[in-house]
Design a protein. Structure first.
Length: 373
């Protein structure tokens, strides 16, 4: 038997995934700890330094006595709480295990072999995973000044296009599209193409020309807005997200999602978190104070920072031996400062830093001063 015949016979003895699955690069989360022995300042995953609302923590604890009971499969109370806060119809909301599940459900429902889906070159890495896992082809378009480019997206649309993913604000760049540009993008898309507005960082953006997309999702038949409780609400460990969209798409997602895809504890904490507006404002005020401070301090060190409207910054390092991003990352890790490498986002000489506590922010700046000296 030849080597080729032997390999073919061996392959037939075990299951094989569908074409394209093995081409998917596994998602790699940010690092959790440094390499030194001192305290760790984890600033790699855009988590809020204030943690969750105390009301959400208490609501979570109260569920401990009911762990043997299945949760409400429709997440009714959570959808009603979200609808009340945002002034939207709860019947047009689907909740999921993080917004990641929502994004994957949309791809699963509307993408198939031979289809195309568009996202921008530095877009969230879950997009190509969701696209490829359905057998569709990801189409990556260039950005303009590290910002989603409406003209480039529209130029990439073909008769095979079925979906466009837009993170607004964008991760890992922290830039955003004014809502007039989002409207222009939607107006240029065929009616059978779904525009997915991933607004995971919407709460942080306080610009007058920004909108998360609720109005467009309320009035268009092909727009879905996705949100998360993992960022400003501080519930990342519970995996909780939601989307709002046209009734026809929501009905489809409810057909294919898991019957109990959101835990009772996550629902209870989510309701308490979304209703605690005072704690939300506290978290936003912290970010409004420290985002510009950290950005200014970085620039004072001679580093370039992409202007951000989110709770993180993208820091660009000089292309000088000994001063590049990889070397800065190794230096910071030794001192317990855990930032995010963004090589896999196509940004090999940059680091993404979450805006952390006052102590964490100051420690990073002091260590970078030493690194760059």
């Amino acid at each position: 038997m030849t080597t080729a015949e032997n390999s073919a016979q061996t392959a037939n003895l075990r299951p094989t995934p569908r074409t394209g699955v093995l081409d998917i690069a596994p998602y790699k989360a940010g690092a959790h700890k440094g390499t030194g022995t001192g305290p760790t300042y984890k600033l790699s995953s855009n988590e809020t330094p204030l943690g969750p609302s105390p009301n959400a923590v208490e609501a979570f604890r109260l569920e401990a006595d009911r762990l043997a009971i299945y949760p409400d499969g429709s997440a009714t109370a959570l959808r009603e709480a979200i609808g009340s806060i945002h002034g939207i119809n709860p019947d047009r909301i689907v909740c999921g295990a993080g917004s990641d599940e929502i994004l994957n459900l949309l791809a699963q429902a509307y993408l198939a072999d031979g289809d195309e889906a568009i996202y921008c070159e530095h877009g969230f890495l879950v997009y190509p995973i969701a696209i490829k896992s359905c057998g569709a082809t990801p189409v990556v378009v260039p950005e303009k000044d590290l910002t989603n480019d409406v003209d480039a997206i529209l130029a990439a649309v073909t008769e095979k296009t079925r979906m466009v993913f837009i993170a607004n604000p964008s991760n890992p760049t922290g830039t955003y599209l004014p809502f007039d540009e989002v409207r222009r993008l939607h107006a240029g898309l065929p009616g059978n193409v779904i525009l997915v507005l991933d607004a995971a960082y919407a709460e942080y953006c306080r610009r007058n020309d920004y909108a998360a997309g609720m109005e467009l999702a309320a009035t268009a038949e092909n727009v879905v807005m996705a949100r998360t409780f993992s960022k400003v609400y501080g519930l990342a460990a519970l995996r909780l997200g939601w989307c709002y969209g046209p009734a026809a798409i929501i009905e489809v997602l409810n057909r294919i999602r898991g019957p109990f895809n959101v835990s009772a504890a996550a629902m209870a904490a989510g309701i308490a978190a979304v209703e605690d507006r005072a704690f939300l404002e506290k978290a936003l005020d912290h970010n409004d104070t420290w985002l510009p401070w950290v950005s200014e301090q970085m620039e004072a060190l001679g580093l370039t920072v992409t202007p951000s409207v989110a709770n993180f910054i993208l820091i660009h390092f000089p292309d000088v031996p000994g001063k590049r991003a990889a070397e800065a990352d190794a230096f910071l890790l030794q001192r317990g400062c855990v930032l995010r490498r963004v090589d896999n986002y196509g940004l090999p000489n940059a680091l993404r830093m979450t805006i952390g506590s006052e102590e964490a922010n100051r420690v990073v700046i002091e260590n970078l001063k030493e690194f760059l000296a």
